[in-house]
Design a protein around this ligand. Structure first.
Ligand SMILES: Nc1ncnc2c1ncn2[C@@H]1O[C@H](COP(=O)(O)OP(=O)(O)OP(=O)(O)O)[C@@H](O)[C@H]1O
Ligand SMILES: [Mg+2]
Length: 260
């Protein structure tokens, strides 16, 4: 639950411990939100975009996905939202094998993910409030639950005052914050951002990063693909680097570029 009222990393639920016969000092293993095992992706034209990728993301993590253009970052994200299927290997989201999902279960799994892109993909004729509310409406949510949910996420992203405006009446940063609110309104387990600051100037990019960090503090696991070296190096979170479809680095508290 993302709420402006709750705060701090304590909002992270470290999984549901089963039997409690363990000593109280033993750390509770955190739940795994995402696991990729031996994942290869070959596109129909023969292009190998991922080659034997293994990646585990525990609940509460904040991960920067970096690497040169064409390294496979967006492909990895497409596999996570089941836009594409792995050619080989397994992708598990919240324990569910995405490759073996029945078609009718896909929307339910997709709702576990909130996603934003470089281009904000807002509906041009709908206000901020309606862009966010529409994301719940299409899932069949009751009207009475939509309004409070929308108000809550607009508070989280700081757009309460702009709720009635259309996308073309917003700055780029405000448009991205609207997209973030829309991605959060389902209370996703995993928040994915594919170059969310690619179209924004440096100052506004920082505002968006601060917002993603805050969302992470509220308990949502975050995966962000980016070329923004300055931000990655300053923030010191986990960095997973892809090159030519392979993970070449996976370090916690790391800089954008390898430091050794
Ligand atoms: N639908 C597709 N069909 C064929 N090849 C594709 C397709 N989508 C991506 N590719 C190829 O797969 C490789 C990885 O692309 P991807 O978009 O995942 O890279 P990226 O790391 O996101 O790059 P960027 O930083 O430029 O966004 C590239 O060589 C690309 O040309
Ligand atoms: Mg990309």
């Amino acid at each position: 639950m993302v709420s402006a009222a709750t705060s701090g990393p304590k909002a992270v639920q470290p999984g549901k411990p089963g039997a409690t016969d363990k000593s109280p000092d033993e750390p509770i293993p955190s739940r795994i939100v995402l696991a990729m095992q031996g994942v290869t992706k070959a596109y129909p034209n023969g292009r190998m975009a991922l080659r034997g990728v293994d990646l585990t993301i525990p609940e509460g993590d904040f991960v920067f996905l970096v690497g040169p253009s064409g390294a496979g970052k967006s492909t990895m994200i497409k596999l996570l939202i089941r836009d594409e299927l792995a050619t080989k290997g397994v992708v598990l989201l919240d324990g569910r094998d995405l490759g073996r999902l029945k078609r009718r279960d896909v929307p339910k799994i997709r709702r576990k993910i909130g996603i934003v892109f470089q281009d904000f993909k807002l509906l041009p004729n709908k206000s901020v409030r309606d862009n966010v509310g529409f994301a719940l409406e299409v899932t069949g949510a009751k009207r009475s639950t939509i309004a409070p949910a929308v108000d809550r996420v607009l508070r989280v992203v700081g757009l309460t005052g702009q709720a009635g405006q259309l996308p073309n009446q917003l700055s780029g940063g405000e448009q991205q914050r609207t997209a973030i609110a829309r991605a959060l309104v389902h209370n996703p387990r995993l928040f994915i951002a594919d170059e969310p600051t690619g179209n924004l100037d440096p100052l506004i990019s920082w505002e968006i990063i601060q917002l993603l960090l805050r969302i992470n503090e509220l308990g949502v696991t975050v995966l962000m693909a980016t070329h923004n070296a300055e931000v990655v190096t300053a923030v010191r979170k986990r960095v997973v680097a892809l090159e030519n479809g392979r993970i070449v680095r996976d370090e916690t508290g790391a800089a954008y570029h390898r430091e050794d």
